[in-house]
Design a protein around this ligand. Structure first.
Ligand SMILES: [Zn+2]
Length: 350
């Protein structure tokens, strides 16, 4: 960055200069919003291996989480009310203010299932024009009294390399469930800390829903049963035993009757487990140009690399684990962008 010496500027020149720069900064911010809008419309962030525009802003554009959030909230509100652009340019409405209004409207919708109307939003924006963050907060509290009881936001804070402080809100029903779990497991640990309790509950849950853990559990169980069966077999039976097979008799019979591969658009449980293990429970979409792989680990689903209607192939090699956004993006690449628009609705979100 070029060093600029301002020592020779008079005070008047400095004050006039900063006004011009701030005005240019606002104009530039609007251009950034316009670019983000077009990138979202073209799904370029998805093509590049980002599951959301928010992730794209943070990882590709190096914005902080707050800065990315402000910009995307501003993009959404400008999309709905394009006439506010001039208020952004004049500084009457800042991205912080707009983001606060947009967040409050979203919170209202989440809480009451009622969308704030465009007219209501516009009248709210009129009220917060030129107001400070604190004044805007007060206006929003007054406008949305139902949100005043909104609990403190959940948060995570790194306390040391191996300790993270987590804050969340619990209702009485959840506290009752915690107590029941503590009581029922008291023989293992009479007084577990919340950390121990969450470890226990997480392991219990993951053993049931994580395909990799499930596969490991099934393999362990099959090995154990095989060992048990081997112990019961006569020497004659032992000679017909196949050392490498972990399948139970019923599964072998089933496989003979329904040979795997390409018989159905649904892949076999074995292939599904292999895909989850290969993907390490993370979206497998990769940008071919840069090699960037999507980081998403939530709402993953199995996707045919070449659609089943074309490939008739549901084997492991034609299946990838992808996030919802990339599943829709890939579908739009095969079946057209209208398909994606219909699936995503008019508001693609962040
Ligand atoms: Zn993805």
């Amino acid at each position: 960055m070029q060093n600029i010496s301002l020592k020779h500027y008079t005070n008047a020149e400095l004050l006039a200069g900063i006004q011009i720069l701030v005005s240019q900064e606002r104009t530039l911010s609007l251009k950034v919003i316009a670019f983000l809008r077009e990138i979202r419309l073209r799904s370029l962030h998805l093509e590049m291996g980002y599951s959301s525009l928010f992730t794209f802003c943070i990882e590709e554009l190096k914005y902080s989480e707050a800065a990315a959030y402000y910009r995307i909230n501003t993009l959404d509100i400008v999309d709905e009310l394009p006439e506010i652009k001039q208020d952004i340019e004049t500084g009457e409405l800042s991205m912080t203010t707009l983001s606060m209004v947009q967040s409050a409207c979203k919170a209202k919708k989440r809480k009451t299932k009622i969308k704030v109307s465009t007219e209501d939003k516009m009248s709210l924006l009129e009220k917060v024009k030129g107001k400070s963050k604190k004044q805007t907060e007060a206006i929003l509290h007054q406008h949305f009294p139902e949100l005043q009881t909104t609990p403190k936001p959940e948060s995570e804070k790194k306390l040391s390399d191996d300790l993270i402080g987590v804050f969340f809100n619990a209702d009485p029903e959840l506290m009752k469930k915690f107590k029941e779990i503590k009581d029922m497991t008291a023989h293992q640990n009479p007084s577990p800390s919340y950390q121990e309790l969450f470890h226990m509950m997480s392991d219990f849950m993951l053993d049931r829903i994580d395909p990799i853990r499930k596969a490991q559990r099934i393999t362990r169980r099959q090995k154990r049963k095989k060992e048990e069966r081997k112990g019961e077999k006569t020497d004659l039976e032992k000679t017909s035993d196949h050392e490498d097979s972990l399948l139970q008799p019923a599964e072998v019979k089933s496989n003979v009757q329904n040979p795997p591969k390409t018989q159905s658009r649904h892949c076999s449980a074995q292939a599904e487990r292999a895909v989850w293990a290969r993907a390490q429970s993370r979206c497998e979409h990769v940008d071919e140009k840069t090699g960037h792989r999507c980081d998403e680990t939530r709402r993953l689903q199995l996707d045919h690399v070449i659609p089943y209607a074309i490939s008739q192939d549901s084997s492991e090699k034609n299946i990838e684990l992808v996030c919802t956004q990339h599943n829709l993006y890939r579908a739009s690449q095969w079946f057209g962008s209208e398909f994606m628009k219909e699936k995503m609705g008019s508001s693609p979100g962040i």
